[in-house]
Design a protein around this ligand. Sequence first.
Ligand SMILES: Cc1cc2nc3c(=O)[nH]c(=O)nc-3n(C[C@H](O)[C@H](O)[C@H](O)COP(=O)(O)OP(=O)(O)OC[C@H]3O[C@@H](n4cnc5c(N)ncnc54)[C@H](O)[C@@H]3O)c2cc1C
Length: 162
Amino acid sequence: MSVYVRNSSVTDPLVAPEGHSNLYVLVPTINTRHEVDWPGMQSAYRDKVLDRIEAQTGMKDLRGRIVEERMITPQNWCEDGSIFMGATFNLKHTLNQLLYLRPHNRYSKFRNLYLAGGGTHPGSGLPTIYESARISANMVSEQFGSKYDRIDLTMPLLRSGS
Ligand SMILES: Cc1cc2nc3c(=O)[nH]c(=O)nc-3n(C[C@H](O)[C@H](O)[C@H](O)COP(=O)(O)OP(=O)(O)OC[C@H]3O[C@@H](n4cnc5c(N)ncnc54)[C@H](O)[C@@H]3O)c2cc1C
């Protein structure tokens, strides 16, 4: 289990009442295709996550300090957010489906269908998704002969010699 923890109150005091913190914990899990009983195992899973944080950080008494909490599972993402299979990060970040090996921006079976987003080349995460949109927009412009300013993101790096 990998656990990402962020205490945004350190840099923004307005995200929690005075004297409190806003702790955000992100734990990548499997998607809803695996038919996990999320409502049934949610509480035990929460305990595992808190055990891990308490064991591996200085927050040894974290449980006793929680005043308000909200847990979002893949099932919630799926049912409340219309996220396919609750997979907010889309396809797994494994080598065989990263970057060029992710589904391509132009859908292979239809000449006029372009894709953009976390499930498409180059991958998930917001900067990469904007790049995916840029690539698709450029391809659409090229196919239909629209004029656009081509921005090569590698040029500033090459110019500065980095
Ligand atoms: C808790 C969390 C924290 C994250 N933190 C970060 C971060 O710090 N940095 C980072 O770079 N990335 C982060 N991400 C990842 C990032 O948010 C996602 O990779 C990104 O939002 C995916 O964008 P997308 O456009 O591919 O899909 P989405 O943002 O999922 O957009 C798809 C949209 O399509 C809609 N939709 C679904 N089905 C239909 C339909 N049939 N008809 C019409 N609309 C439909 C959905 O409702 C949704 O609005 C985080 C994700 C989560 C869940």
